[in-house]
Ligand binder design. Structure first.
Ligand SMILES: Cc1cc2nc3c(=O)[nH]c(=O)nc-3n(C[C@H](O)[C@H](O)[C@H](O)COP(=O)(O)OP(=O)(O)OC[C@H]3O[C@@H](n4cnc5c(N)ncnc54)[C@H](O)[C@@H]3O)c2cc1C
Length: 597
């Protein structure tokens, strides 16, 4: 590598060397990284050749889930010029194969910083965070689960920010505007769904046979089946729709930005890292960024700068630009432009692995010959195990009634996620393999009360932000996840009769039906969920960073339009809500600047 990336790929454990799947994955990662390298070298030459500062109507910073939508929507009218700055490269083709997600994660499309170590989570060592570094952002790398959350979530947003335009009835318009729902049994319900938006949403065609056993076990335990968790009711288990079509992933890059890239009024600049927003007399006038040539460049914004660098990097960039808590900025020697609570209320959903179940042949085959056959089937037909991400489309939502944030009975507060892996002789070489013989059931607290933070490293502010995730700081969040852990373990008896065995885990030596045991599992198996939101929340008060039209308080021509503006977490995975926020933000900006739709 010739300095193109700020981080190296994630290696496999040395003990896995030589395993055929690991050899295959290593080659795949090399292919992805060499394509990034070629793009970087092209970009470097372009940057070196560009001497003058540029000027656009809009500059969108961060080409992730939200940024791709904003850049595409704002450039729909030829009367507006748009520059999109993204620090990573273009979405690799391999990311479009659903089952290759865990391998693409190990390429240079992701960085893996550690959060601040906290005694109560991630075994006190700091959590490893998977942070997107590629056009498409999370939507290019994530589990593709399309979950909107419940109506109550958005009605509570509207109450909290005192603006009814964010209630469910109103935001449903934007959920629908984005959606191209491809499954008739769901799409027919046009009150909740649409088939004409850019974002493809569908069921994965391949379902691992283990999913049927897990579903049977949940029915046995009285958990109702819910066909569509994105309409009236969310409680129960489901096979969730994903951002896929025809066996391939559709990120927001592919759905929105790629078709727009040929527009002459849109510039997409990869390997361009924004370093500071230029503010002149309270007005955002442009963005300083480091190009692929390693030099500083400046682009002027005639109308607006829109930040979509995600919940960790949007607050980082604001603080580098002098917008943040004044005391903290002083510590970092950064001149204060606006004293705002940037980065103070980071939220993520605490999780813990409640149970792991093993599955034997012939139901679960993890041999390399079968895997090769799958590759061949996928190559020819876009079907088979590679067209799905294991068993992850199966999920369940519960209302535990525990914890301090007890919402109305219709609002879930616990989600169960199911992840497959292939285990060899006790070694976890192939987590996330498309062939699996182990299923982990992960319990997630959807509405935790604990909060984290994003801060500058005061001795080296331009280096990576200091992230404290805060999971389990409030004891009530432990109670909620413990309830999820119990539900994950209740599946043991019905699953045994269906051929799946609970893996032994003598956590702390406590009796397995005791609270101490569930608490021990929570303590020892927690990890990051990557659903971080709320680091620049919207609202009218002094706890908010942006107003309900997403404009940074006290400044002009500066907006935030990504996961960081959410006042609270939705009841589920966060991508669908980010897509909705981006669609709404595009409308707000177009209306304010009188740009045609
Ligand atoms: C591993 C993983 C799995 C997930 N699984 C799911 C799932 O199955 N379903 C679901 O609903 N949600 C899931 N999520 C969450 C979802 O992907 C995120 O909520 C969503 O992507 C956030 O969108 P965003 O636009 O706010 O930020 P991102 O998508 O993270 O985009 C931020 C972008 O900004 C760029 N950037 C950052 N700093 C700068 C800078 N200074 N200059 C230029 N560019 C910059 C980054 O490279 C990135 O491309 C997952 C997330 C992860 C990480």
């Amino acid at each position: 590598m010739n300095g193109s990336v700020t981080h190296g790929p994630m290696p496999f454990p040395a003990s896995c060397a030589g395993a055929p799947l690991v050899v295959f994955a290593t080659m795949l990662i090399d292919v992805v990284n060499s394509r990034f390298e070629a793009e970087y070298q092209r970009r470097r030459k372009e940057d070196e050749a560009r001497a003058v500062d540029e000027e656009y109507d809009f500059i969108v910073v961060g080409g992730g889930t939200s940024g791709c939508i904003l850049a595409s929507r704002l450039s729909e009218s030829t009367s507006a010029t748009v520059l999109l700055l993204e620090r990573g490269g273009t979405e690799p083709e391999e990311a479009r194969v659903p089952a290759l997600q865990p391998y693409v994660w190990r390429s240079n499309s992701v960085e893996y910083p550690k959060s601040v170590s906290e005694q109560q989570n991630c075994n006190g060592t700091g959590c490893t965070m998977t942070v997107p570094f590629v056009l498409g952002g999370g939507s290019t790398l994530n589990g593709m689960m399309y979950v909107r959350g419940s109506a109550v979530d958005y009605d509570s947003w509207a109450d909290a920010v005192d603006d009814s335009s964010w209630n469910f009835t109103n935001v449903l318009y934007y959920f629908k505007r984005a959606e191209r729902n491809l499954d008739l049994p769901i799409a027919w319900d046009t009150e909740y769904h649409s088939s004409s938006g850019p974002q493809r949403v569908s069921w994965q065609q391949y379902r691992h046979p283990v999913m049927h056993r897990l579903a049977k076990a949940m029915l046995h335990e009285g958990v109702p089946f819910r066909l569509d968790v994105n309409s009236r009711d969310q409680l129960g288990f489901t096979v969730v729709q994903t951002t896929t079509d025809g066996g391939e992933r559709y990120s927001t890059y592919r759905s929105y930005l790629e078709p727009a890239r040929r527009r002459s009024n849109l510039q997409v600049r990869t390997y361009a890292t924004a370093t500071k927003i230029q503010i002149e007399r309270g007005l955002a006038t442009g963005v300083h960024y480091r190009g692929a040539d390693g030099k500083d460049h400046f682009a002027r914004a005639r109308k607006e700068v829109v930040l979509t660098a995600g919940s960790l990097y949007t607050p980082h960039l604001l603080m580098l630009s002098g917008i943040g808590p004044s005391k903290h900025l002083q510590e970092a020697n950064i001149p204060i432009v606006a004293d705002l609570p940037v980065g103070e209320t980071l939220q993520d959903q605490a999780r813990a692995t409640g149970a792991e179940y093993t599955c034997r042949p012939p139901l679960c085959m993890v041999d390399w010959r079968s895997s090769q056959r799958d590759l061949d089937v996928y190559e020819r037909t876009r079907r088979g195990p590679l067209a799905a991400n294991g068993v992850a489309a199966l999920t369940a939502f519960f209302h535990s009634g525990k914890g301090s944030q007890v919402g109305p009975p219709k609002q879930p507060d616990v989600q169960l996620l199911f992840f497959g892996s292939a285990r060899g002789t006790g070694e976890r070489c192939m987590d996330g393999s498309w062939r699996l013989n182990c299923v982990s059931v992960v319990a997630v607290a959807l509405h935790p009360s604990s909060r984290g933070s994003v801060r500058l490293n005061t001795s080296a502010p331009t280096s990576a932000p200091v992230v404290r995730l805060g999971y389990y700081e409030k004891a009530s969040d432990v109670d909620v996840v413990m309830e999820g852990v119990r539900r994950a373990r209740r599946l043991a008896a019905p699953l045994r009769s269906l051929g799946l065995e609970l893996m032994p885990n003598d956590c702390g030596g406590f009796p397995h039906d005791s609270d101490e045991y569930a608490r021990c599992l929570v303590r020892t198996t927690s990890g990051a969920t990557y659903h971080w939101v709320g680091s620049c929340p919207m609202g009218p008060g002094d706890k908010a960073v942006v107003d309900t039209r997403l404009r940074v308080h006290g400044l002009r021509h500066l907006r935030v339009a990504d996961a960081s503006v959410m006042p609270s977490l939705p009841s589920g995975n966060t991508m669908a809500a980010v897509i909705m926020v981006a669609e709404y933000a595009a409308d707000l900006i177009k209306k304010e600047h009188v740009i045609s739709h």
